[in-house]
Design a protein around this ligand. Structure first.
Ligand code: MRU
Length: 358
């Protein structure tokens, strides 16, 4: 996508290392950060310099290549895979990417593994871009169907499932970008997405860069807007879809799905193949990441003098809990927007589109 009018991806190999956009600095600063080692890649995922299920997977793939620069034995491949897989538990793309890398590499002689690791990581990134572009086209049909007269179509989204969460295009925002390209007027309600504020800081920044009309709202505002008829459809991303169609996504997604259901607003989930986990029978089995309570008790922002500051929100001593994801039951999901088309959130429909993944 465009950053200050220049085509940009979120991750790229560079001179034996890897460059990422440090998302902890957005929206106030756009800064590239260089990764040289396995630990650099693991740290970037753990502290959310990169985040979003597809981008976590792509970074882990490149993390394997970085690790192999220092030795490519079976043990080193296994250690790298285990280190990366342990960084964050919920997004299945992470495990999918490291398993794919490990399988590919262990089938090769040690001497061939390093170039193969770079090539496989690049292939994962190219596939991600193609999947998201296709999701954009399938989702565009849903936005077109909601377009009446001259009015903009109002899309509500939660968290950041735009291009910053992927290598390019995004998942939930890909249809919005496609709508803009196709000349379909669109306006996005952006949930701020406490506690890490991926909506307020990342989704809003992306949409502003693309010149797409948008309005940031407090997380609690979505239900009210739906009651007033000011939301035509919701589109969210996902970190993992279980085999029965239950959807894990950023905490707060479930409440939006309930509000959408109560108000007859379609609730779509953009889900590339690598986010579907046919190994887990239902959403009850999806591991939910618990993050530090300080993400709830404090907030980070830019002060008037330009410094980044972290300030207290809660009384010192109040306990805080921070489950980072929730599970929306399949019955509340209108359908999945995948790269192979739109389908119902149930095992049969998903398996019909992805027979090679079951
Ligand atoms: O904790 P994050 O920022 O890595 O959360 C992941 C997400 O960006 C969202 O849950 C998103 O909606 C799904 S990933 C496209």
């Amino acid at each position: 996508m465009l950053v200050q009018d220049a085509p940009t991806r979120t991750i790229q190999p560079a001179d034996g290392g890897v460059e990422i956009i440090d998302q902890t600095r957005l929206p106030h600063e756009f800064v590239w950060r260089r990764l040289e080692t396995l630990e650099d890649a693991a740290e970037a995922i753990r502290v959310m310099r990169v985040r979003g299920a597809p981008l976590i997977g792509a970074t882990a793939a490149y993390g394997m290549a970085l690790a192999l620069r220092f030795g490519a034995s079976d043990t080193q491949v296994r250690t790298a895979a285990e280190t990366l897989a342990a960084t964050r538990p919920t997004a299945v793309n992470l495990r999918w990417a490291v398993e794919r890398m490990a399988l590919r590499l262990q089938a090769l002689p040690v001497s061939e593994r390093l170039p193969a690791a770079w090539a496989e990581a690049a292939a994962i990134c190219e596939e991600d871009v193609a999947q998201n572009r296709a999701i954009g086209q399938h989702g565009l049909a849903l936005i077109r169907a909601a377009h009446k007269g001259d009015a903009a179509v109002n899309v509500l989204t939660h968290c950041n499932a735009g291009w910053l969460a992927t290598v390019d295009w995004g998942t939930a925002l890909a249809p919005v970008f496609a709508a803009q390209e196709a000349g379909v007027p669109v306006h996005v309600w952006v949930d701020e997405t406490r506690p890490r504020n991926q909506g307020a800081s990342l989704t809003a920044w992306e949409l502003a860069q693309a010149g797409i009309p948008h309005t940031v709202i407090a997380d609690n505002a979505g239900g009210h807007l739906m009651q007033q008829g000011r939301v035509d459809l919701c589109i969210v991303g996902t970190d993992r879809v279980a085999a029965n169609g239950d959807v894990a996504n950023k905490i707060g997604t479930y409440l939006k799905a309930l509000a959408a259901h109560d108000n007859g607003v379609p609730f779509w989930v953009a889900a590339p193949g690598p986010s579907i986990d046919f190994h887990l029978a239902s959403g009850r089995d999806i591991p939910i990441e618990e993050r530090a309570p300080e993400e709830v008790s404090r907030i980070v922002g830019r002060a008037e003098d330009g410094r980044m500051v972290s300030v207290h929100l809660t009384p010192v001593g109040s306990a805080c809990a921070n489950p980072a994801f929730d599970v929306t039951p399949a019955r509340l999901v209108s359908g999945l927007i995948t790269e192979r088309g739109v389908c119902a959130a149930d095992r049969g429909a998903m398996a019909a589109l992805f027979p090679d993944w079951v």
